[in-house]
Design a binder for this molecule. Structure first.
Ligand code: SF4
Length: 426
């Protein structure tokens, strides 16, 4: 099997309890963490991938995933010799952090990268808005800590990176816009303005604090909606109002860092949309093709990070465990075959969304214009990249079924506005 990347479950604990987190944190996770640490410290934990990869030299990327990956960076660093020996072509290691702690662990991790290895370190920080907004879903005080600790990371990187030229760091944010925050921002325009002004200034400060001698690439300012979530027509109308208001703020304040939620996804469609039929992997999740995941139990290969904890959800457990989370090589072939119904028929994915757009338009749940094929097709091209076969299988027992809420979220004015903004820039 051709494998280019590996996603490693590296932590089963987190110090936050975000309301939208899809991983439940029951007390058993402490035992899982012990098992995980023992495996990473003492065992050949890359074996499940190495024995299936056609050529381990093709594996160039490693993602550390879990609840809070920074909790175990020190343990991963202890195994750098094993990791780089097993994956000699590894070029990047990436992880996301909630930044509830100072940057010491990340800095130590970077300092321990062997000097002969040219590596890109991708660090994502999750910040959902100014602290007052962020804390609505992530717990009081969490936002202030993120802001302080991300700033301190850049300061520390400025000090160490000039002397470790083999490492470059890419820092980017991830914001989740939930239905509750959307409703609040729709009602309170003063807060909305304050929120985006705060983010613009925070990102500008970070960029300007970067030393020219430190190899740091920064990319900020977008956000995604919480999903899967059963958005209603009313949520869609609120989203349409909110992004228009954000657009006005961006123009009025001449913002350079903040961008409209969900707008970034258009880039790929505009640049490569003509290639959809022959290079559809560029547009949708690869469904475990090319990138393999390693969870707690080395005998079971998760589909992707969404299946690291299948016991968290009864439906996922039964369906995914029975049919997809497989162990021996024969089962891998079977999974590839079953998987091919998702990976080999891109037009089926589009067709489902097009059909649903027409149905929803007919029912009056989205704008009437989406009963027109061209409009529905444009929406489908955009939404197809949200399709996660793993969560679709878990929630609907079919890899094609896209959450209808996403269509209602965009189909009530927001998609038109996003398209209009993108078109103005062309
Ligand atoms: S920080 Fe991430 S892993 Fe931790 S609770 Fe929040 S969403 Fe879940």
């Amino acid at each position: 099997m051709k494998i280019n990347g590996v996603t490693l479950l590296s932590s089963a604990l987190c110090d936050l309890r975000c309301k939208y987190c899809y991983i439940s944190q029951d007390p058993k996770m402490k035992d899982t963490q012990k098992e995980l640490l023992d495996k990473i410290r003492n065992k050949p934990f890359l074996e499940p991938i190495l024995k299936r990869a056609d050529d381990p030299k093709e594996i160039e990327a490693m993602g550390l995933w879990g609840l809070e990956p920074s909790k175990t960076l020190d343990v991963i660093a202890e195994r750098f010799d094993y990791i780089f020996e097993s994956l000699p072509a590894l070029k990047s290691i990436s992880f996301s952090s909630n930044f509830q702690n100072n940057s010491e662990k990340i800095i130590d991790f970077i300092n321990k990268i062997p000097k002969g290895k040219n590596i890109g370190i991708g660090v994502q920080f999750s910040l959902d808005g100014m602290p007052k907004v962020n804390d609505i879903n992530r717990g009081r005080g969490s936002g202030e800590k993120i802001v302080k600790n991300v700033k301190s990371l850049v300061e520390e990187l400025n000090k160490i990176l000039p002397s470790v030229p083999n490492v470059r760091v890419s820092l980017h944010d991830k914001a989740t816009l939930t239905a509750s925050v959307l409703e609040l921002l729709d009602k309170d325009r003063k807060l909305l303005h304050e929120n985006y002004l705060f983010l613009e200034n925070f990102y500008r400060d970070l960029r300007s604090s970067k030393s020219p001698n430190a190899n740091i690439n920064m990319n900020f300012g977008g956000s995604n909606q919480e999903q899967p979530f059963p958005y209603s027509k009313e949520h869609g109308i609120a989203f349409s109002n909110v992004i228009r208001a954000i657009g006005e703020i961006i123009d009025k304040e001449k913002m350079r860092e903040v961008s409209l939620p969900l707008i970034g996804k258009f880039n790929r469609i505009f640049k490569f949309g003509n290639e959809f039929n022959n290079k559809h992997f560029m547009f949708t999740c690869n469904a475990n093709r090319g990138n393999m995941a390693i969870g707690v139990d080395s005998d079971v290969l998760p589909f992707c990070h969404r299946d690291f904890f299948p016991n968290n959800d009864e439906h996922t457990q039964k369906f995914i465990q029975d049919r997809y989370l497989t162990s021996d090589s024969q089962d891998i072939a079977k999974r590839e075959y079953v998987n091919s119904c998702y990976t080999n028929f891109p037009k089926l994915k589009l067709s489902y969304i097009i059909m649903m757009c027409k149905e929803l338009a007919y029912c009056g749940l989205i704008d009437k214009k989406y009963d027109n094929h061209k409009n529905a097709y444009a929406m489908a091209m955009y939404l197809v990249s949200d399709l996660c076969p793993s969560s679709s299988l878990g929630n609907y027992a079919s890899p094609y079924v896209n959450e209808l809420g996403n269509i209602k979220f965009l189909g009530n004015g927001a998609f038109d506005y996003l398209l209009e903004r993108v078109a103005k820039k062309l």
